[in-house]
Structure formats: structure tokens, C-alpha cells
Design a protein around this ligand. Sequence first.
Ligand code: ADP
Ligand code: GN1
Ligand code: MG
Length: 370
Amino acid sequence: MPQTLTPETIDNAIAAFRLEGAPRGARPYGNGHINDTFLVVCDDAGKEKQYILQRMNRSIFQNPPELMENIANVTAYLRERIIERGGDPDRETLSVIKTETGENYLEDSLHNFWRVFPFISDTFCLEKVENARDFYDCAVAFGSFQRQLSDYPADTLHETIPRFHHTPSRFSAFRKAVADDPLGRAAAVQQEIDFALEREADTHVLTDLLEKGDLPLRVTHNDTKLNNILFDSATRKALCIIDLDTVMPGLSLYDFGDSIRTGANTGAEDETDLSKIGLDLSLFETFTRGFLTGCGGSLTPLEIELLPLGAKLMTYECGIRFLTDYLEGDVYFKIHREHHNLDRARTQFKLVADMEKKWGEMAAVIQSNI
Ligand code: ADP
Ligand code: GN1
Ligand code: MG
């Protein structure tokens, strides 16, 4: 169990980093499910400087030093690419603020691991797509993120969460949670359990193709949720991709799929009224166009053909992860109400079912965008 954070622990963490100005306080920030995120405001001779301070989730990330090495190297690489194309490296990528002793992170006396990024100001992130234009921008940004990293030395990246999108492993973990049922919750969610079990055959399609060498392993983001992208408030353009904890070798279909899961859903991830959940085909089309543009022609014909499966599998996988966590007692994803993870699992399964209904139309969208 993570330590409860006291103001003193947070202040001590802040004091360890090379910040400009005197810290004036920290407050919880954002809607991430994984890390503890704070906005830190400093006073630099009357000028305000802001930073993002995060306590990394120690039960999820087993090796924070390796994780931070990935982020420091990837952001340094992206910085160079942004400078080459005449962009603004201070706004278009994260960068790692070092500690006073020159490290990428701080391990405090309680074994909490901390990191600091500059706060990218005058930005916002979307919890829900407000218009197709924004989602198109998101798609181009995630596609070009992958393309920009296509020459990145993938073998230098540490695997921060082993088998992160290995759906068969996620399925095994799910089956184990059903069998162990430590909180006695399984009986009441048999319908959801059956939904997941009935789709076992889908779970290994992509991993089989990867193992056979039919799908290329690329450097991918792996957590391309809508709220992991910052939009510029002035231009309303997708500006900066954040949450780089899971940048690792993966499939392009993972990045495509996770954005569809979050952005092309007609309802929220934790909506309790399931009649509001479904696939917005028009947004599916928008994202497909943007992603293919962002990838700049780098996807193979098989990757393109499998985009609908990427969307369905990422949604299904997230559903079984939420349900597993519900059965295990909500130990992974942050929850804010009782049964939150069950509600989340239900929306994902409803979305999967709707994709199955619209399978022909999804395939037709892909055909018309080749
Ligand atoms: P988690 O892994 O818990 O999702 P994130 O790294 O995605 O954590 O951060 C949580 C939220 O904090 C983001 O969705 C975003 O709103 C905000 N955020 C994170 N980093 C920055 C940053 N450098 N500048 C501005 N906002 C940020
Ligand atoms: C987590 O960190 P965040 O909130 O962007 C999770 C994703 C899930 C997502 C579901 C490292 O994303 O894999 O798809 O929640 N991140 C990790 O909302 O497990
Ligand atoms: Mg996030």
C-alpha cells in the first residue's frame, strides 16, 4: 500500500529539485489513474513559475530509475526533432527537471519516488471529445509521435511494465482473479465475466501475428488516452504528448486502439448509464484519417487492415483489466467511488459489443481511407 502523503513529505520532495524561485505550495492536479500528480507554484522574484510534481506509482512501476531513464532519453530525442523542424521544444515535449544532485528522480527516506516536469502552461486536456477537429489533431499528434520515434534505438528502452499490452497475459490474470475471487465479488458480476470469457479467442490474434513477424514492433506510447495530450489554449492545437511512462516497443495498433477506446466512445469511461455508450463511427473515421496522416505512410497494409481489431482489442483489454482490478479489490486503478472499476469495465464491454455490431462499417471506413 502506498504511504499517505503529508504536506511535509511533499515539501521535502519539492525542495530536492532544481526549481526556479521559491516554492509557494502544491495542490493535487489532473485526472490520471496511476500517479499522484501535483501542481507546484514558485515565486521567482515576482514572476510565477509552475511545475508538475509526481509521485510515481511504486506498486505498478517496479523500477522507477529505469523508467526515468527512458523518459529522459526519449524527451531529449524528441527535443532535437522538434528543434530540427523549427518547433518550440519547451512546449511540444516534456523535459525532466533534475534534482539538486543531478538525478532524474528523487527517492525520499520513505522510498517514495518523485519526478518533476515543467508545467506546460496555457494548455488544457480533454476528458471527452468536444469536436471532430480536436480529435483529428489528436490522431495526427499520436501518429507523428510514433513516426518521430521510428529511428529511436528501441533496444535501449526498458520495459517499464512487462507484457503491458500482451492481451493473453491480461486474460490469464483475469481468469486467476475470477478463480481466486478474494472479495467474493465474482458471483454478482457473472454476466461481465462471461462476456470476457466468450472472447478468449480474440485475445491472442495480434500477439500471434507479432510473434510470426507479420506485424512490426515499433516504439509506441501505449497509453494514448485522450487526456494524455495537451492542447494549446491559444490555438486549440494538439501540442504535447504526456504520460510517457509506458513508451516502449509495441504495436501501432495499441496506440490507435486506445485513442478510439477513449475518444470515439459516445460516453465517459465510467458512465453508469450504458445506453450512452457506443462507438461514434464518424469519430472513428476522423481518427483513422488523422492517424494515417500522422504516421506518414509508415503503416503496413496489414496494420491498416487490422486497425478495427486494434480498437476492439484495446477496449476489451482495458475492460478485463478494470474487471480484474474490481475482483482483486481495486488495487491498481485509482477509484473515486464504490464499484468504480466495475462501472468502467461495463462501459468497455458495452463499447466492444457496439464495435462488434458495427464491424462491417468499421472495415468500410478503413477501406475508404487506404
Ligand atoms: P497518470 O499517469 O496518473 O495519468 P499523467 O502524467 O497523465 O499521470 O498526469 C495527470 C494529468 O496531469 C494529465 O492528464 C494532465 O492533465 C496533467 N499534466 C501532467 N503533466 C503535465 C505538464 N507537464 N503540464 C501540464 N499538465 C500536465
Ligand atoms: C491508466 O495513467 P492513465 O490514467 O493515463 C493506465 C492505462 C489504462 C487507463 C484506463 C500505466 O492510464 O493503461 O488504459 O488508465 N495506465 C497504466 O483509463 O496502467
Ligand atoms: Mg495520464
